[in-house]
Design a protein around this ligand. Structure first.
Ligand SMILES: [Zn+2]
Length: 494
C-alpha cells in the first residue's frame, strides 16, 4: 500500500520492504505482482516524502532471511502487535541495484459541476467519485492482454454518469453545488483522487460529503448495502434512514482489519477531512443465501479481480447497480439540502483534518462575498492572543480596512474592541494581500469575534471560521493555569 511507503518515508526511512501476508492483505501474491511489478505512477511535483527504494517481499522469503540470523518471523509479527514493541536493528545488509526509467505521463481527472442555486450554500458541494482507470494493456500476457475492468470500475463509472444525467435533468437545482469526479490512477495508488483532494475546485472544507462507487458487482437485486466508514460521520443517520426507505440492510464491514476503507478513492478525500465513503452492495441478494453472495465475491477475487478476465459478459444483471445509483442519488439529494455541513464524529482519526480544512483559509471563504471585486491571494494565520486567552478576555473587534488599488492593505483602523484582541486582528489583516483592484481602492468594515470555550485544555484547539461575509470567528480553549508552583500531580514530569 502506498500509504505505508509514504509513512515510512515521512519517518526517515531510505527504503522499505513490505512483507506480504495473504491473510492480512486479503489478496494473493499475484495481485501484488500485477499491481507493483509493472510501471508505477506518482504525482508530479508532489511534496510528499519519497523513499529511494520501495518493494514488497513474500513472507517465505522474509522467514528465510530471519532464519539466517536465528530470528522467528512469526514471533516478531506477534511482538509487533504489542504497544511496547521497539524496532530491531538486524545484522543484515541488503544490496540492491534498481534500474529505473522515468517517463513523464499525463492523465486527467474528468470533472463536471452542477452549480448550486443558493448564494452561500452554492459555494459548498456534494461530491460523487468513481475511478475510470484500470491496469491498461500488458503485451507480455498470452491471449487477452487488455484489462477491461468491467466490474472494477466500469460499474462505478456507469453509476456516476447516470447520476450526472439525472441531476442535470432535475427541474429544480439544488442549493449546494453537485460535483462529479471521474478520477484517474486509482489502481496506481489512489493518485487521481489524491490530486483531487489537494486541488479540488471546491475546497475540501466546503465539500459536504464524498459518495464513491468502486466495483459494484452486477449480480442481481441486493438486499443489503455496504457503506463502511459512513458510521464515522455525522451524516450516518441520513444514510440509515435512506437504507430503511430502500429496504436495504446495512452490512457492517466484516473485516475492518483488512483496511478496505483505506483502499479506494473516498479515502483520499477523507484524508483532507471530507466525510467520505463508498456505496456498494452487501452479500445478500434476493433469491439467494448470503453464502451465495460471499461465494460470488470470492470467485471474483480469485478469477477476475485485476485480471483481463474482468470483462463484460451478457449474463451480468445490473439491477443492483441501478439500486445503488438510486440510493446514491437520494443520499446526494439529502446532502444537498441539509442546512449544515457534515463532519466526522468527535475523536475520529479524520476529525482534525476536517477542522483544519474548514479553518484553513479566508481565501475562497465567504468572507468577501459582499465584496466581489476583492480577491485575497495571501494571508498569515491568526491565533487567539495567548495573553488574552490566559486572562479570559473575549469579545468583538470592529476594524475599518482600506485596500489600495495595488491590492496592498492600506490603513487598518480599530473602531472598537479590547486592545489585546484588536491588536491581533489588526496585525492579521495587515498581512493580507489582494489582487490589483481595477476600479480603484476599496474599503470595508470587518468584525472579529473572539470566543473561549468553557473547558480549559492543555491542547491549543483553535477553530477559525469565515462562514459569514465580513465576519471572522475565532474560538479557542482557555489554557489550564496551575496555581501552585509544584509539579501538578498525575502528570509526567517531562
Ligand atoms: Zn476499483
Amino acid at each position: 500500500m502506498d500509504l505505508q511507503f509514504e509513512e515510512t518515508a515521512r519517518r526517515g526511512a531510505v527504503a522499505t520492504l513490505i512483507i506480504h501476508r495473504t491473510d492480512l492483505a486479503s489478496y494473493g501474491w499475484d495481485v501484488v505482482r500485477n499491481s507493483w511489478g509493472t510501471e508505477r505512477s506518482y504525482l508530479k511535483r508532489d511534496e510528499t516524502p519519497k523513499l529511494q527504494a520501495a518493494s514488497w517481499i513474500q513472507v517465505d522469503v522474509a522467514k528465510r532471511i530471519m532464519g539466517l540470523i536465528g530470528l522467528d518471523l512469526d514471533k516478531l509479527f506477534q511482538r509487533a502487535q504489542m504497544k511496547d514493541f521497539k524496532p530491531l536493528q538486524l545484522p543484515i545488509r541488503l544490496k540492491a541495484h534498481v534500474a529505473s526509467q522515468l517517463k513523464p505521463f499525463l492523465s486527467r481527472n474528468v470533472l463536471a459541476m452542477l452549480p448550486g442555486t443558493d448564494a452561500v450554500l452554492g459555494k459548498e458541494a456534494v461530491l460523487y467519485t468513481a475511478h475510470y482507470d484500470h491496469l491498461g494493456i500488458d503485451p507480455s500476457l498470452p491471449g487477452d492482454k487488455i484489462y477491461n475492468g468491467a466490474n472494477d470500475n466500469a460499474t462505478g463509472c456507469g453509476i456516476l454518469l447516470e447520476l450526472a444525467r439525472v441531476w442535470a435533468a432535475m427541474p429544480v437545482a439544488a442549493p449546494r453545488s453537485i460535483l462529479f469526479a471521474s478520477v484517474t490512477a486509482e489502481e496506481q495508488g489512489l493518485l487521481g483522487s489524491e490530486y483531487l483532494g489537494k486541488h479540488s475546485p471546491v475546497p475540501p472544507g466546503k465539500i459536504m460529503v464524498d459518495l464513491n462507487f468502486d466495483d459494484v458487482p452486477p449480480l442481481g437485486t441486493p438486499e443489503e448495502v455496504e457503506v463502511s466508514g459512513a458510521e464515522r460521520t455525522t451524516f450516518y443517520p441520513v444514510v440509515q434512514a435512506t437504507a430503511q426507505d430502500f429496504h436495504l440492510a446495512i452490512r457492517p464491514d466484516s473485516r475492518p482489519e483488512a483496511g478496505h476503507y483505506y483502499r479506494s478513492d473516498h479515502f483520499s478525500l477523507a484524508r483532507v477531512g471530507v466525510p467520505s465513503f463508498s456505496i456498494n452492495e452487501g452479500i445478500k441478494y434476493a433469491g439467494h443465501l448470503p453464502e451465495w453472495g460471499d461465494e460470488q465475491a470470492k470467485d471474483f477475487t480469485a478469477h477476475r479481480y485485476h485480471q483481463p478476465s474482468d470483462e463484460y459478459s451478457p449474463d451480468m444483471d445490473f439491477t443492483g447497480d441501478a439500486v445503488i445509483a438510486r440510493f446514491g442519488f437520494v443520499l446526494g439529494m439529502k446532502a444537498a439540502w441539509l442546512p449544515t455541513l457534515a463532519g466526522w464524529i468527535p475523536g475520529d482519526e479524520f476529525e482534525a483534518a476536517r477542522k483544519k480544512s474548514q479553518a484553513r483559509s479566508p481565501i475562497g471563504s465567504h468572507l468577501f462575498d459582499d465584496l466581489p471585486l476583492l480577491h485575497l491571494v495571501a494571508y498569515e494565520p491568526l491565533h487567539y492572543p495567548p495573553l488574552a486567552g490566559q486572562t479570559r478576555i473575549t469579545g468583538t473587534v470592529k476594524l475599518h480596512v482600506v485596500i489600495e488599488k495595488t491590492g496592498a492593505v492600506g490603513e487598518v483602523s480599530i473602531l472598537s474592541g479590547h486592545p489585546l484582541l484588536s491588536g491581533a486582528a489588526q496585525s492579521s489583516v495587515r498581512s493580507w494581500k489582494f489582487e490589483t483592484i481595477a476600479t480603484g481602492p476599496a474599503d470595508f468594515e470587518l468584525t472579529y469575534e473572539f470566543e473561549l470555550r468553557d473547558k480549559a485544555s492543555e491542547h491549543a484547539d483553535e477553530e477559525i471560521t469565515f462562514d459569514t461575509p465580513n465576519h471572522v470567528r475565532i474560538v479557542s480553549n482557555p489554557p489550564i493555569i496551575y496555581t501552585n508552583y509544584a509539579q501538578p500531580t498525575g502528570r509526567p514530569g517531562d
